[in-house]
Design a protein around this ligand. Structure first.
Ligand code: UFG
Length: 342
């Protein structure tokens, strides 16, 4: 049985990936500093899978603590690295924090990968590396652009670090996964996104408005050159995204790569406007979302969606969940959170 370390495994995408890994027979161990997640996620993962996953709570920037972990952990077949800071706006306010945490934790992990001879590494990247692309849809051949935020730049720099590391370590295999917009939650309603404070992202803001935690949603921009004037994104269900990590790890373990550093776009291939997402949420869940259209948000791209051909062909992976599944599970999760608060 392959053993996988999942950093950030208590977080949103991490916890869903842990569930899918266990479902495919992997043994999992988590490192998470719980800076943007909660320890009871482990209970919920156990409820879903019947497996208790070991959780080690520490900061990956602490290399001596990381050495202590690897020194006592026994052999591991791979690492899936999610742990990172991810709020675009906060990264503009606190660039050094973002560069410090996201880059140092990656460097520490790559050093450990070499020192403790762990062959396989899956990295959590983002379509933010493409900026506003000149041509749509975005394929893996699409050139990367200057990042719009320090957060986006940490993803770009991280990819470069991994590429350069791979060049001189041909016994180490890596896949970077460039996510489009992950939304939704596990079908059980037991795990999902846990935004701290006011959500920055669209779907949690919609569901918090629906449940009454927010008065109204602001739709950023109604005058974009799109079909209804609101911005277009490629929303992907978090469980489909999680499954892509399992398939990628499998590809690494079976040594099926074309080169020892590969990257893939993970999206559905369809662009949806903000208003389309709101409408679907209302219709599928039979709730009303109060919203107003306001000015564009600084740094937002007009539209972006993925060309999924390369991931489909090479990984043998495709998305199976549609917009209805996304808004339905997002609402189920929001209702679960409301019950927890009672
Ligand atoms: N939006 C609103 N109102 C809100 C929140 C969002 O109208 O309250 C809009 C945004 O303007 C955008 C769309 O909904 O048009 C999606 O916004 P999100 O914040 O959910 O997602 P982004 O596309 O801005 O950001 C995502 C990831 C980032 C990543 C970026 C790359 O969250 O990590 O894609 O484009 F950097």
């Amino acid at each position: 049985m392959s053993r996988i370390l999942v950093t950030g495994g208590a977080g949103y995408i991490g916890s869903h990936t842990v569930v899918e890994l266990i479902g495919e027979g992997y043994e999992v161990v988590i490192i998470d500093d719980l800076s943007n997640s909660q320890a009871d996620v482990i209970d919920h993962i156990e409820e879903i899978t019947g497996k208790r996953v070991p959780l080690h709570v520490f900061d990956l920037c602490d290399k001596s603590r990381l050495d202590q972990f690897f020194g006592s952990e026994g052999s591991l077949d791979g690492i899936i690295h999610f742990a990172a800071k991810k709020a675009v706006g906060e990264s503009v306010e606190k660039p050094l924090l973002y560069y410090h945490v996201n880059i140092l934790s990656l460097i520490n992990l790559l050093k450990a990968q070499k020192e403790y001879d762990i062959p396989n590494f899956v990295f959590s990247s983002s379509c933010t590396v493409y900026g506003q692309p000149d041509k749509l849809p975005v394929s893996e051949e699409t050139p990367r652009k200057d990042a719009e935020s320090p957060y986006g730049n940490t993803k770009k720099i991280s990819e470069d670090i991994i590429r350069d590391f791979a060049r001189v370590n041909d016994d180490k295999r890596t896949i970077a996964l460039r996510y489009f917009n992950p939304v939704g939650a596990h079908e059980s309603g037991l795990i999902g996104e846990l935004p701290s404070g006011i959500p920055n992202n669209l779907m949690p803001f919609i569901s918090q408005t629906a449940i009454g935690l927010r008065d109204q949603l602001k739709v950023f921009g109604g005058d974009y050159p799109t079909k209804d004037g609101s911005a277009v994104r490629d929303y992907i269900h978090v469980v489909d995204l999680a499954k892509a990590h399992v398939v990628s790890m499998q590809r690494l373990i079976e040594d099926q790569q074309k080169s020892n550093y590969e990257f893939f776009n993970l999206g559905t291939g369809s662009g949806l406007t903000v208003l389309e997402v709101i409408r679907a949420f209302e219709e599928v869940n039979d709730v009303k979302i109060k919203y107003e259209i306001v000015d564009r948000r600084a740094g937002d791209v007009v539209q972006i969606y993925a060309d999924t051909a390369y991931a489909n062909d090479e990984l043998g992976w495709r998305t199976e969940r549609d917009l209805d599944d996304m808004v339905r599970t997002a609402w189920k999760w929001e209702q679960h959170l409301a019950q927890m608060r009672e």
